[in-house]
Design a protein around this ligand. Sequence first.
Ligand SMILES: C[S@@+](CC[C@H](N)C(=O)[O-])C[C@H]1O[C@@H](n2cnc3c(N)ncnc32)[C@H](O)[C@@H]1O
Length: 144
Amino acid sequence: MADRRVFDLAAGSGLCAIAALSAGASEAAGADVDPFAAAAMGLNAYANGERVAVVRRDVLDDAAPDVDVILAGDCWYDARLAERVLPWLHRARDRGIDVLVGDPGRRYLPTRDLVELAVYDVRTTTELEDLDLKQGRVYALGPV
Ligand SMILES: C[S@@+](CC[C@H](N)C(=O)[O-])C[C@H]1O[C@@H](n2cnc3c(N)ncnc32)[C@H](O)[C@@H]1O
């Protein structure tokens, strides 16, 4: 991630953008349609001593941003969102942007387009999820 410009799609808390900055990214932006997410991103970045540029709108009809890497964490929980995210990520990939996907095994994950890179046990809570231990997988959008 060193010195790479990162765009965190559907960034939520901004976790992926902040982790990328901690891993040496030169800059990071996070996009989310939810105003609470946008506020959380700024606060979480500040609390971690990082700066994330917050994009508070739907970018999925836009051209891909001018970045080196797009991170898409947990974007395949909803059929309509899933339908829009994959073509946008493919257009970005076709422009030479590396695309990394993180997912806990959601129903609409397009596994045939993805190359698995890593798997992690992730402790969660049954207030949010169906199990208290899930496997989170990291994929690259092919071809790699
Ligand atoms: C399950 S959360 C994932 C958050 C974060 N990426 C993570 O892995 O922790 C999904 C996020 O997608 C956002 N979202 C839904 N539709 C979106 C869209 N069209 N553009 C940007 N964000 C969107 C939601 O507001 C929510 O914050």
